[in-house]
Ligand binder design. Structure first.
Ligand SMILES: Nc1ncnc2c1ncn2[C@@H]1O[C@H](COP(=O)(O)OP(=O)(O)OP(=O)(O)O)[C@@H](O)[C@H]1O
Ligand SMILES: [Mg+2]
Length: 326
């Protein structure tokens, strides 16, 4: 993309910022090399105490963004700055320190925990690792709304919601500044999803943690996030404040996502799609990644990648056909 999607709010104020962040995976055989690009020149920033939503359908590259930001994946191209320092390629001790500050919470709390260790053992380890005197096992359990008695239990003895609370407590034990939460509620019972988001919100105000909240569900993104980024085919296609995005989605893909959301405020005129197709992440893909599914597609959309247009100071969209859809 030609221009920088977050220039209006400034990359400088960011705790963590990504500039042209790209992750590629070489695929195929020696004779027919292909490249998959789940994170394609993404630029955005995360401010202190902010909850940033990242929404997109399955296969759009959400987890790859999360793994790049937590440096499970090494970016192939671009910058990632943490308090101004480029952390895209750091290694060894520096990387270890960075990973303490940017924690990840995964979708499945059961597989995130060691099944053979008690809650107490799983929380003690990170506390000892960084000689954390700010918290104890008891205070961590209290912070995530669990009773102290649970510390002697094994993961299988806990409910899904309790397990995810333990996972969050374990992340908090490392005094993180950022938690990258990759669909943290999607495997939980519907009845307890809101309570986990409310816990995360509570931790944000008490301990000043910022979140990248990854979900395929616009309703929860709206509920929990200050700003939302919409991802399609490894590309960011729209960024806006969450209320603004829900009220005035400008990219046809954002409108489609909202149409699939059981939400009274979803735009009533939300569009159907031209045809269904999974996002194309191959390097050979040209133009707008959403073009094959877009009802408002123009010839240009198949050839060039749309650059960012700022509708307001904080609402950006990458779409050529915006004249048609607004
Ligand atoms: N380590 C890897 N090696 C090769 N391909 C990968 C790797 N990690 C991710 N991919 C591919 O990148 C694409 C995007 O995957 P990703 O998991 O980031 O999507 P997602 O948006 O998180 O999907 P979901 O909602 O299903 O979790 C997929 O086609 C996936 O197969
Ligand atoms: Mg995923």
């Amino acid at each position: 993309m030609a221009n920088n999607p977050e220039t209006p709010i400034g990359l400088d104020e960011a705790v963590l910022s990504a500039k042209d962040l790209t992750v590629t995976f070489p695929m195929g055989s020696l004779w027919s090399r292909k490249e998959l690009i789940p994170v394609n020149h993404m630029t955005f920033s995360l401010k202190k105490d902010e909850v940033r939503g990242l929404v997109g359908e399955s296969g759009s590259g959400k987890s790859s963004v999360a793994k790049a930001l937590t440096r499970i994946y090494t970016p192939t191209h671009g910058e990632m700055r943490f308090h101004g320092e480029n952390v895209a390629l750091i290694r060894g001790h520096e990387l270890k320190r960075y990973r303490q500050k940017v924690q990840m919470v995964f979708q499945d709390p059961y597989s995130s925990l060691n099944p053979l260790k008690t809650v107490r053992q799983q929380l003690q380890r990170p506390l000892h690792l960084i000689h954390n005197t700010r918290y104890s096992v008891d205070s961590l359990l209290e912070a995530v709304g669990l009773s102290r008695d649970l510390q002697y239990k094994l993961p299988y003895e806990l409910s899904g919601g309790q397990r995810q609370r333990v996972v969050i407590a374990r992340a908090m034990a490392l005094n993180p500044e950022i938690i990258v939460a990759d669909e943290p509620i999607s495997m939980l019972d519907v009845s307890i999803r809101a309570s986990i988001l409310s816990l995360m919100n509570d931790l944000r105000s008490r301990y000043h943690v910022s979140y990248l909240y990854i979900t395929h569900d616009m309703a929860s993104a709206r509920y929990f996030s200050d700003r939302i980024m919409v991802l399609y085919g490894g590309h960011l296609v729209e960024i806006a404040g969450s209320r603004e995005l829900i009220r005035h989605p400008s990219h046809p893909y954002s409108q489609l996502l909202l149409a699939a959301t059981p939400n009274k405020r979803a735009k009533k005129s939300a569009l159907p799609q031209k045809r269904y197709g999974a996002p194309n992440l191959w390097a050979s893909q040209k133009g707008c990644p959403f073009a094959p599914r877009c009802l408002y597609v123009l010839d240009e959309c198949y050839v060039n990648r749309p650059s960012w247009t700022w509708i307001t100071r904080t609402h950006g969209v990458a779409c050529f056909s915006r004249g048609t859809i607004w």
